[in-house]
Write a protein that binds this ligand. Sequence first.
Ligand code: NAD
Length: 259
Amino acid sequence: MTDRIAIVTGAAQGLGAAIAARLASEFDVLVLADLQDEPLGIRAQSIENEHRVRVIAHQTDVTSPASVTALYDAVAGQGSLTGLVNVAGIGGFDPIVSIDEALWDRMFAVNTKGTFLMCQEFLRRVPTGPAAIVNISSIGAKQGHPLLGHYAAAKAAVIEFSHVVARTGAANEIRCNTVMPGLIHTDMWKSSIPALKAVTPPLADLPDDQVFEAMVQQSVPMGRPQEPEDIAEAVAFLISDRARNITGQTLAVDGGAVL
Ligand code: NAD
């Protein structure tokens, strides 16, 4: 039996780090990829120490075909590549009238093109499975939120692209599903709060540390945020053989926000 390998992008922090830690019991080798080199190395070391799984850290820019190719080259020969989780992403809140071309393009470059390049190279290198891909979208893809024109469009494209990957891989036992996380208090949120307050009058007067909780109370029927571990659990199921007949699906882990 050769070692089973999974790649997780965006793994230096937040959701990607939690998903990588959860997958330690599902795979023999984890390849953690992220733009941020130093935090990635620290994260890889701590997952390796804590979970006794072999971890390879690889600085990667998912928007760059050359960087994605270098990542897959680093994986070659290490075992059998059977899993991919595309978590790398960027967010932001802006009204349509103030989204400039560079911001629109950046949102699609990381969230959508990054997912495309990673899936394309996976399909080139893994002609037959069993293998599985999980792409991380967002409930933002389904809500028509007035401040998410760029992000919502980029994340909705991930869902439809995943359908195409699912149909492409189906006959060769390669599955592809999407997870739509709800509100998780990660760095992505922390950096978006000043912009969110500036364009959302009911939130403007709240201290920064109360804005996220106010959003949760407004939009999540179960009244609590999601934890990175909640998303990681869904990913662990979808990427495992326990989900061997599930492909092309989109699973919201959001406390009922999108119904
Ligand atoms: P985060 O900002 O904490 O982490 C994102 C990671 O992606 C970072 O480590 C960053 O360095 C990496 N990254 C960014 N650009 C990259 C690139 N070009 N190449 C490689 N890596 C890159 O964000 P998070 O909250 O952990 O979000 C992770 C994913 O979950 C994103 O796709 C996000 O859209 C999605 N999501 C987050 C939430 C939430 O509430 N936090 C909700 C729904 C969906």
